[in-house]
Design a protein around this ligand. Structure first.
Ligand code: SAM
Ligand code: DTB
Ligand code: SF4
Length: 331
């Protein structure tokens, strides 16, 4: 065991508790790949069944025309992605889609809207969606942009289990990607969600032209939140034509696996989700991500607007890897 690579098997706690410094995270990130993966898998086994992966399904309940200018997003009104904007979906259609997802094995239903924040006039409909999906026996998740404390409390009362709100990258790199809101705005909403008693789903995107230190700083911010997010989605950029990041340099696969391993070690009890970008990954890369501690994915043919591998491919991959879907409340 070398200095850069402490023995997590004999000292799991010392490395698992915040606050994390950049230097500690960097040392782990830079460790020999086998040491990093061994440590990540060790931490994973201490906290989870290593052969179970949680399945979430996404639905875009309001697509496109978003006033924010996130440089990666097909749904921003600032970019020419060619996506057609639509109105908020009807509640009964959302429930019908959620029923199909449940019947196909998803345990969590995540509804996303291309908003800066929900308007007062939208709240009744989103509350009805949460209540309806909850009544199907699924976990509910929403991602609607910024929330104030009152809106968060209302969603909690309706039965919302999770709220997704990503910090996306490091504080340093944030303004290179988004100019219509700040990193601090993101943290404010996360605090409102946490204070209202809703579980937090918060992660980011890699492969946006950031430096390794930005990926490390993003994880340090997440791991040093007052409580770790229960879910940590790690998205690999899906380059979208017409957006400023359409030509961003792709992240190298081994580096991506390092990010997953680091997230697992730094947030040992969180579900780390291998999120957007799986269609561009080989089966072997995904298998390495599961070994590094990823234990959640989005299932289905589409994410919000972009493609996802789809049920048949994932079922086959899980069979080959001996992975089974995680049931609600089992971990
Ligand atoms: N409008 C809400 C918001 O931004 O919080 C919710 C929807 S937004 C599409 C949810 C997350 O999807 C973003 O924070 C980002 O991390 C991820 N995302 C969006 N476009 C992506 C892309 N092209 N590639 C990878 N991840 C993406
Ligand atoms: C998250 O971190 N990834 C999901 C979910 N949270 C809402 C969204 C991925 C979106 C990928 C691009 C698209 O489908 O438009
Ligand atoms: Fe809007 Fe969310 Fe897309 Fe940003 S990521 S443009 S806030 S939908």
């Amino acid at each position: 065991m070398n200095e850069l690579c402490p023995d997590l098997t004999s000292d799991p706690i010392g490395w698992a508790l915040p606050p994390w410094t950049r230097a500690e995270a960097q040392a782990l990130h830079d460790a020999p790949f086998n040491d990093l993966l061994f440590q990540a898998q060790t931490v994973h086994r201490q906290n989870f069944d290593p052969n179970k992966v949680q399945l979430s399904r996404l639905l875009s309940i309001k697509t496109g025309g978003c006033p924010e200018d996130c440089g990666y997003c097909s749904q921003s009104a600032h970019h020419e992605s060619g996506l057609k904007a639509s109105k908020l979906m009807e509640v009964r259609r959302v429930i019908a889609e959620a029923t199909k997802a449940r019947d196909a094995g998803a345990t969590r239903y995540c509804m996303g809207a291309a908003w800066r924040n929900p308007k007062a006039r939208d709240m009744d409909a989103v509350v009805a969606m949460v209540e309806g999906v909850k009544a199907l026996g699924m976990e509910t998740c929403m991602t609607l942009g910024m929330l104030d404390l009152e809106q968060a409390a209302r969603l909690k009362q309706a039965g919302l289990d999770y709220y997704n709100h990503n910090i996306d990258t490091s504080e340093r790199y944030y303004s290179e990607i988004i100019s219509t809101r700040t990193f601090a705005d993101r943290l404010d909403t996360l605090a409102n969600v946490r204070d209202s008693g809703i579980k937090v789903c918060c992660g980011g995107i890699v492969g946006m032209g950031e430096e390794p230190v930005d990926r490390i700083d993003m994880l340090v911010t997440l791991a040093n939140l007052p409580e770790h997010p229960e879910s940590v989605p790690i998205n690999m950029l899906i380059p979208i034509e017409g957006t400023p990041l359409a030509e961003a340099k792709p992240i190298e696969p081994i580096e991506f696996v390092r990010v997953i391993a680091l997230a697992r070690i730094m947030m040992p009890k969180s579900h780390v989700r291998l999120s957007a970008g799986r269609t561009a990954m080989t089966d072997e890369m995904q298998a390495l991500c599961f070994f590094a501690g990823a234990n959640s994915i989005f299932v289905g043919d589409t994410l919000l607007t972009a493609d996802n591998p789809g049920e048949d491919k994932d079922t086959l991959l899980f069979q080959r890897l001996g992975i089974e879907p995680m049931e609600i409340g089992t971990q």
